[in-house]
Ligand binder design. Structure first.
Ligand code: FAQ
Length: 311
């Protein structure tokens, strides 16, 4: 019966065994995974835009080559994650449609504009840094294809994080104008980076079930705390001011207490009203349409080869 199947499924999860594409799974496990993994993939793909904005203006040939490689890596991450989602029975066309019609979300951070070169440093350092914090825990997620994609993605993200921090070091140790640029980028990207971890656990719609199924291995607040704690010495090393004026070491907890996040801003951005939401989606739609001839040519070729094999 269904409940026997569900019990056996939960027992497998409790025993830390991976769920694979052809295994039986509850319909809600499948749909929750499709939701999370596809939104994760969309974040990687839309995340190419804010950094892509600076490829032509990178300050040296070396920086241009590095940034180009990093943005290309994000496309690859999107590809692994879309492939993992496809193993759950959702087609690529359905995924793209959900993104473009606003049915599926992507990380709110990518709706903020990249105004200066310092923002490229801040994104690598803070945004990739926050992404790693979350993804390290997801290497142990219960769905096999998702877990395996996270292993490779984390390796690449650590390179991204270092290239961003290195940009920040150069700016922070540079001229007063460069240092001011680094501080401004830190100020603008710090709070949105904290929002990447999602709402407080008490307001998180999916956390309880996702933790039980081990789709998620650590809660939004626990991961955010880890990120807050690890970022403090990094800001100190740069000699920059911490953007959170309420930040205080809590001896008893062994963690930093932090100021409250602007949750109104978070809600507004995920509901489509950030600075760049419309621009990000319209750019995606345009690129997708421009690439339609490639998909048509590929389909025509596949059809021809299939007919040839059949005859
Ligand atoms: N932005 O119930 P919860 C990267 C939504 S890394 C937008 O707590 P959940 C690398 C959430 O989807 C960034 N929406 O949800 C890179 C849900 O809405 P729904 C991507 C958010 O899933 C670096 C609702 O709020 N990483 O791209 C956000 O349990 C640099 C309720 O929230 C991942 O996606 C947000 N920040 O926890 C690329 C990691 N937070 O679906 C380029 C995998 C929450 O019901 C350059 N994902 N929402 O309509 C996760 O770990 C989880 O999905 C969370 C959210 C933690 C993001």
């Amino acid at each position: 019966s269904l409940s026997d199947l569900e019990q056996a499924f939960q027992a497998k999860i409790d025993a830390e065994q991976k769920i694979e594409p052809k295994d039986w799974m509850p319909a809600k496990y499948r749909s929750n995974l499709v939701r999370q993994v596809s939104q994760h993939g969309h974040s990687e793909v839309i995340g190419m835009q804010p950094e892509g904005n600076w490829i032509t203006r990178a300050p040296s040939l070396r920086r241009k080559a590095v940034l180009l490689a990093k943005v290309q890596d994000e496309a690859g991450h999107g590809l692994y994650l879309y492939s993992a989602t496809e193993t759950l029975g959702t087609s690529r066309a359905e995924l793209i449609e959900a993104l473009q019609t606003g049915k599926a979300k992507y990380a709110s951070i990518f709706n903020y504009p990249t105004q200066t070169w310092g923002d490229i440093g801040a994104i690598g350092w803070l945004v990739d840094g926050a992404a790693i914090c979350n993804q390290v825990s997801l290497q142990r997620t219960s769905y096999g294809p998702y877990a395996r994609s996270m292993i490779r993605i984390c390796k690449e993200e650590s390179f991204h994080q270092r290239q961003g921090y290195q940009i920040m070091i150069e700016l922070a140790k540079g001229t007063p104008a460069q240092k001011a640029m680094a501080q401004d980028s830190l100020n603008r990207f710090y709070w949105p980076s904290l929002m990447m971890f999602g709402p407080h656990d008490s307001d998180s719609a999916h956390s309880a079930q996702s933790m039980k199924w081990k789709i998620k291995r650590e809660t939004n607040d626990d991961l955010r705390q880890k990120f807050i704690d690890q970022t403090v010495p990094q800001i100190e090393y740069l000699g920059l001011e911490h953007p959170d004026k309420d930040l205080k070491w809590n001896e008893e907890r062994g963690h930093y207490d932090n100021g409250e996040i602007d949750w109104e801003e978070f809600t507004s951005v995920i509901n489509g009203n950030g600075h760049c939401n419309r621009q990000r989606i319209s750019h995606h739609v345009a690129a997708h349409e421009e690439g339609s001839w490639v998909r048509e040519a590929q389909n025509a070729y596949n059809k021809k080869m299939k007919a040839r094999r059949a005859s």
